[in-house]
Write a protein that binds this ligand. Structure first.
Ligand code: FAD
Ligand code: NAI
Length: 475
């Protein structure tokens, strides 16, 4: 007889393992199946985020930022550092050990919460009495059953048609995170989040980086004023970003990759590079789930169709994270995972799509929550804007990083905060104040009246809120 569970979660990324833990906390017998293998073939739960996404990219961003500081910023503090070298193999090994700590942490958390972990691929075998049978193909094969199934199988990098990833010269996010030596010339296609983060890592380490972007606007989803400020900083750093290009033939040769493209002026350009990173978005992953066995509905992009509560077309089957609609972010996947576990328990799971923060971990960092100025204009909303530059913030001056600003957008009549946009030092941390404020439907004046520690970067948030009412104190 197959093992029976109340809830089976397929996928152990941030959507899946968090859903499994929350379901177990609520008293269910839970199994979590994940197929990711570490280099030794053992389990490596945590999904894209832990293995080839959020965590390893931030580890490399940190290492490369230290290198950049040693080379370019120590001197202004009176520290002389000559002959600074980067041992790329050591940097990658450190990144791998950070990943392993996270894999091990997740295995520990699953055990602590009494979630049964299966290492292998989960697929639908069919309907069982009142539920579903799921096959688990790992070192051995077995079948388990459950009334409730949560699918959290994530996403994969999108390849350019005709240019498959070989992870040697043509790299997805996976290969981009384990390049063995600094490429002399690095090309990237797509100046979205991965393009900018990975482009920054290798530029800081000395690569000549060119990013080719199809759209004529830079970071179209970001508030225009913030995107413009960020672009200025990237240009100054020497990160070459070409907008409005049309990528043509790509030749993956023995010595590297040749990218033929037409630039915005219509000129034909040939770009030779040692490596090419293709970062043009991600596709939902349902490979191997055998959705046909149960008639699970997918949309034209291959995403699992869900309603606002993450319910699929099948009773008792839910889906969360990158494999469904919405932003492909780890914290969005986690929020959906928690909410679904709570809905299974008859509670009211809460996910507020209007207050999901975005962060791009470049230098300067870019972070935002809520609507941009261009969205408010398009929606016909009357708003007031207030900005405050880090140039006028004492802590930023002491840090030696005064790039960027904080920007508030508030309703013209009620003063409710509608969006907060930031570019500058450590704004990945500052944005959470704005998220809390928006979740509680605060006004700009609420933030302006709250005491912020001095000297801190967060004073720029308070001052930007004051700027909405045109009464900054330090600018
Ligand atoms: P995933 O993390 O993709 O996990 C899915 C898991 O399911 C995987 O382990 C997979 O092996 C497993 N699986 C799939 N099919 C099966 C099956 N049939 N049986 C068993 N197991 C299966 N987001 C952020 O919020 N912040 C960041 O800084 C950030 N940085 C990123 C950097 C990069 C380079 C990339 C690529 C992504 C980044 N993301 C970031 C996005 C983030 O990684 C994803 O949004 C997040 O991982 C989605 O979580 P998930 O649980 O839906 O899927
Ligand atoms: P993206 O959607 O952020 O950016 C893709 C870019 O490629 C876009 O600007 C698009 O216009 C461009 N593009 C698409 N096709 C093209 C073509 N043929 N030629 C030239 N340009 C083309 O996707 P990306 O960077 O691959 O990242 C995938 C997702 O992973 C992100 O959307 C995000 O959800 C997640 N992520 C989040 C991070 C974070 O939160 N800090 C970090 C990295 C990834």
């Amino acid at each position: 007889m197959s093992k029976q569970f109340d809830v089976v979660v397929i996928g152990g990324g941030p959507g899946g393992y968090i859903a499994a833990i929350r379901a177990a906390q609520l008293g269910f017998q839970v199994a979590c199946i994940d197929e990711w293998k570490n280099a030794a073939g053992g389990p490596a739960p945590g999904g894209t985020c832990t293995n080839v996404g959020c965590i390893p990219s931030k580890a490399l961003l940190q290492s490369s930022e230290h290198f950049d500081h040693a080379n370019h910023h120590f001197a202004e503090h009176g520290i002389s550092a000559t002959g600074v070298k980067m041992d790329v193999a050591k940097m990658i090994a450190r990144k791998d050990s950070v990943v392993k700590q996270n894999n091990d942490g997740i295995l520990y958390l699953l055990k602590k919460n009494k979630v049964t972990f299966f290492h292998g691929r989960g697929s639908f075998a069919g309907q069982a009495e009142g539920g579903y049978t799921i096959n688990v193909a790992g070192k051995t094969e077995e079948a388990i059953t459950a009334k409730q199934v949560i699918i959290a199988t994530g996403s994969n990098a999108r390849a350019l048609p005709g240019t498959p990833f070989d992870e040697v010269n043509v790299l997805s996010n996976d290969g981009a995170l384990r390049v063995g030596a600094v490429p002399k010339k690095l090309a990237l296609i797509g100046s979205g989040v991965i393009g900018l983060e990975m482009g920054s890592v290798w530029r800081r380490l000395g690569a000549d980086v060119t990013i080719l972007e199809g759209l004529p606007t830079f970071l179209g989803a970001v508030d225009e004023q913030i995107a413009k400020e960020a672009k200025k900083a990237f240009d100054k750093q020497g990160l070459k970003i070409e907008l409005g290009v049309k990528v043509g033939e790509i030749v993956n040769g023995k010595k590297g990759v040749t990218v033929n493209y037409t630039n915005a002026k219509g000129e034909a350009i040939v770009l030779d590079a040692d490596k090419l990173i293709v970062s043009i978005g991600r596709v939902p992953n349902t490979i191997g789930l055998n959705t046909e066995a149960v008639g699970l509905q997918l949309d034209e992009r291959g995403a699992i169709v869900v309603d606002a509560d993450c319910k699929t077309n099948l009773p008792g089957v839910w889906a969360v994270g990158d494999v469904v609609r919405g932003p492909m972010l780890a914290h969005k996947a986690e929020e959906e995972g928690v909410a679904v576990a709570e809905r299974i328990a008859g509670q009211h799971g809460h996910v507020n799509f209007n207050t999901i923060p975005w962060v791009i971990y470049t230098s300067p960092e870019i972070a935002w929550v809520g609507r941009t100025e261009q969205q408010l204009k398009a929606d016909g909303v009357a708003y007031k804007a207030g900005t405050f530059p880090f140039l006028a913030n004492g802590r930023a001056r002491a840090l030696g990083d005064t790039t960027g600003m904080v920007k508030f957008l508030a309703d013209a009549t009620t003063d409710e905060i509608l969006g907060v946009h930031m570019v500058g030092p450590q704004v990945s941390e500052l944005i959470s104040e704005a998220v809390v404020a928006m979740e509680f439907r605060a006004s700009a004046e609420d933030i302006a009246r709250i005491c912020h520690a001095h000297p801190s970067l967060s004073e720029a948030t308070k001052e930007a809120a004051l700027a909405v009412d045109k009464r900054t104190l330090n600018f």
